[in-house]
Design a protein around this ligand. Structure first.
Ligand SMILES: *Cc1c(COP(=O)(O)O)cnc(C)c1O
Length: 393
């Protein structure tokens, strides 16, 4: 069995492209060309050059000795927190801005919830001197002032979504409307392995540099390319897709996906999509999502903005359904504790999203000689206020 997308963008029963007719020309142009463009030597060369000189790759694969001793197993941290802008998201936006250039686009749009993807998009648009419009819910704009300021400093226009609940979902609708109206000159940069085909596969390929590096780095350190387990947090699922990518079809490597349980799976305030989700269509893709019995998408909740998403990318829905991956959900409280624990044991302040992945060691046992790679998706600077409020620092 393969866990990669087929040519129609399906992972098992999940994926595909469920889009309004008017969007068809846009996604079709991308679908016909994305693989061919990604395989062009000039594209590959420019992509790896920017990953190296601008993003700062390869990111270290760091053996956390004190952390490992504490949990009686061997834990390596893949340091995506050391990427320029502080998280893995920029791997994808660099890839997509180069894709947009190859397709002859001179205008970029994006949607953002907490603002992290908006910042990663505004960053690469500044780098390339390309016009950038980021749609963001009016409520989110008020909640995420520092990221709004960052986007403005980087030269992006932040357009408020004023309809509906004025959050991510509404920003996405506005971005889609914009794309329909500007099919020729505009590329839409989606921020995770979600959306209609070919986005989930394209974003996974751009993020796959993470597991490509893990393979040779682990070989250098341990004499083997394969860890026993690779662990990542899942919001939409892009850092996880990148960390798993080159191990997906190798069943000797265990895959562990960590979701946000919020205040607890049964509290109604959660974002644990695999545990709570049902099959449905969100953002043009058939996947698991949290919804009411009559199919209305329910509001997710997590203390971490990056995991606060009602669905999960189709790759992850398939990994869950097929049993290929083990899914664990972690509450706000356990994630916060795990974040502080990493600070004290290793001197690294993690993003709260990443703290969810670190929390599994409190509840899941590993063997002393197991090698467990945890993808540290981002750094905690952006979350300082949440840490301060939570711990009363
Ligand atoms: C956005 C974000 C995530 C969640 O997004 P994925 O697409 O699931 O990776 C996780 N960690 C950090 C640091 C983020 O900024």
């Amino acid at each position: 069995m393969s866990y990669h997308a087929n040519e129609k963008g399906y992972y098992g029963e999940f994926g595909g492209a469920f889009i309004p007719e008017m969007l068809y020309p846009n996604t079709e142009e991308l679908r016909r060309q994305y693989i061919q463009i990604m395989q062009e030597p000039s594209f590959k060369e420019e992509f790896s050059k920017l990953l190296k000189d601008y993003v700062g790759r390869p990111t270290p694969l760091y053996f956390g000795e004190r952390f490992s001793n504490k949990y009686h197993t061997k834990v390596y941290l893949k340091r995506e927190d050391l990427c320029h802008t502080g998280a893995h998201k920029v791997n994808n936006t660099i890839g997509q801005i180069l894709m947009a250039k190859k397709l002859g686009k001179n205008r970029i749009i994006a949607e953002t919830g907490a603002g992290q993807h908006g910042v990663a998009t505004a960053t690469v648009c500044a780098l390339m001197g390309i016009e950038c419009v980021v749609y963001m819910g009016e409520i989110d704009i008020a909640r995420q002032a520092p990221n709004v300021a960052r986007m403005k400093m980087l030269g992006a226009e932040v357009r408020p979504a004023l309809s509906g609940s004025r959050t991510l979902k509404d920003a996405t609708n506005e971005a889609i409307r914009d794309w329909i109206n500007n099919p020729v000159d505009t590329h839409y940069i989606i921020g995770s392995v979600v959306g209609p085909h070919p986005y989930p596969d394209m974003v996974a390929r751009f993020q796959s540099v993470i597991s490509e590096e893990i393979k040779w780095q682990l070989k250098e350190k341990e004499g083997r390319e394969n860890p026993d387990y690779v662990v990542a947090c899942v919001g939409g699922g892009s850092n996880a897709a990148g960390a798993y990518y080159h191990y997906l079809d190798n069943e000797e490597v265990g895959i562990i996906a960590v979701e946000a349980a919020g205040k607890g799976i049964d509290t109604g305030e959660s974002a644990a999509t695999s545990a709570l989700g049902k099959v449905g269509i969100i953002h043009g893709s058939k996947t698991l999502l949290m919804q009411t019995t009559d199919g209305q998408i329910t509001e997710p909740y997590s203390i971490s903005a990056g995991l606060d998403y009602p669905g999960v990318g189709p790759m992850h829905a398939h990994l869950y359904r097929s049993g290929r991956a083990e899914f664990i959900s972690i509450t706000d409280d356990d994630a916060m504790k795990a974040g502080l624990n990493l600070c004290k044991t290793e001197g690294i302040i993690p993003a709260i999203e990443s703290s969810h992945a670190l929390a599994i060691f409190e509840q899941r046992k590993f063997n002393p000689d197991d090698i467990v790679v945890v993808n540290l998706s981002g750094r905690g600077d952006k979350d300082l206020e949440t840490y301060i409020d939570y711990f009363g620092l």
